[in-house]
Design a protein around this ligand. Structure first.
Ligand SMILES: Cc1ncc(COP(=O)(O)O)c(C=O)c1O
Length: 286
């Protein structure tokens, strides 16, 4: 992501991102001397990015659109139609697209469309992915990018002088994952799906309204019935119940009034956390 942004941006170039966004997007854009331009999405439309809103955000300084679906923190996924509409806007305004598809294998009830597979998009998209989520290799620091040869070539120039190369150990593990990991991925997707249903149904029963995420391993419920800000909710829940969630405002202005729960942990832990969360919400209901 860093290499892609440093490669394509000149100082002052603007990059459109959906809000809520993955926490690292704005800082990475800023570090490459670009300016993030958030486009609001909301729970009402399942946090899906609307192409018309993207088009309205475009200025003469817009260089790229950066998004990641399935999304962190909302778990939202875009349909092929949604993506095609964004593709049309990108083509009409000659924009590059950075498509962060790191959660593309963790998908439920639907099929994932790889953005550069859309007509005309391969030429203007840098696809980002990695092994962290599909193969639970977070911390192994192994990712990859695919895109037009000139852009990847320019990214390689920075890469050779900064990161140099990933560790051999991580590469051997990734090779094993690719050659023999498919059954485990299928099993884990089924397991995440089970956790997703449990967590979303329980949240709605507790009174924390939650849309059904279609990918990744996060739930992003509204906490409006408590009247608390995202940060107060998070801090008080941590102190009183020792349950860790992330305050939604960290992911952008549209995240305020929500918290992010991760279900990358066991059903037993999730059930215990939900019981504690339920007690906390009962005490805080307005
Ligand atoms: C949307 C998104 N992109 C990229 C990453 C980075 O993953 P890693 O640095 O582990 O490859 C994450 C990790 O949380 C993420 O949620």
């Amino acid at each position: 992501m860093d290499l892609a942004l440093r490669t394509i941006l000149n100082p002052g170039d603007e990059v459109i991102i959906p809000d809520p966004y993955y926490i690292c997007y704005p800082p990475c854009i800023n570090l490459a001397h670009g300016i993030p331009q958030p486009v609001p999405t909301s729970a009402d439309d399942g946090f899906r990015l609307e192409a018309t809103k993207v088009a309205r955000r475009i200025t003469p300084r817009t260089r790229a659109i950066l998004f990641g679906y399935p999304a962190n923190p909302t778990g939202a996924e875009l349909t092929r139609g949604d993506l095609a509409a964004v593709a049309e806007v990108a083509a009409a305004h000659n924009l590059l697209v950075i498509s962060d598809e790191i959660y593309s294998r963790l998908i439920y009830d639907t099929e994932h469309t790889c953005f550069p597979s859309l007509p005309g998009m391969k030429e203007r998209t840098i696809l980002l992915s990695g092994f962290s989520k599909t193969y639970a290799m977070t911390g192994w620091r192994l990712g990859y990018a695919a895109g037009p040869a000139d852009l990847i070539g320019a990214m390689s120039k920075i890469h050779q002088n900064t990161m140099l190369s990933p560790s051999g150990i991580a590469q051997m593990a990734a090779l094993e994952a690719l050659e023999h990991g498919e059954d485990d991925v299928r099993q884990m997707v089924a397991e995440y799906d089970r956790r997703r249903r449990l967590i979303v149904d329980s949240l709605n029963r507790i009174g924390l309204k939650c849309h059904r995420p279609q990918g990744a391993f996060y739930a992003f419920p509204s906490i409006s019935i408590t009247g608390l800000s995202s940060e107060d909710f998070t801090e008080q829940l941590l102190k009183e119940e020792e349950v860790v969630v992330m305050p939604g405002n960290l992911f952008g202005a549209q995240g305020e009034g929500h918290v992010r729960l991760s279900y990358a942990t066991s059903i037993t832990e999730i059930e215990e956390a939900l019981n504690r969360l339920s007690d906390f919400v009962r005490r805080r209901r307005k």
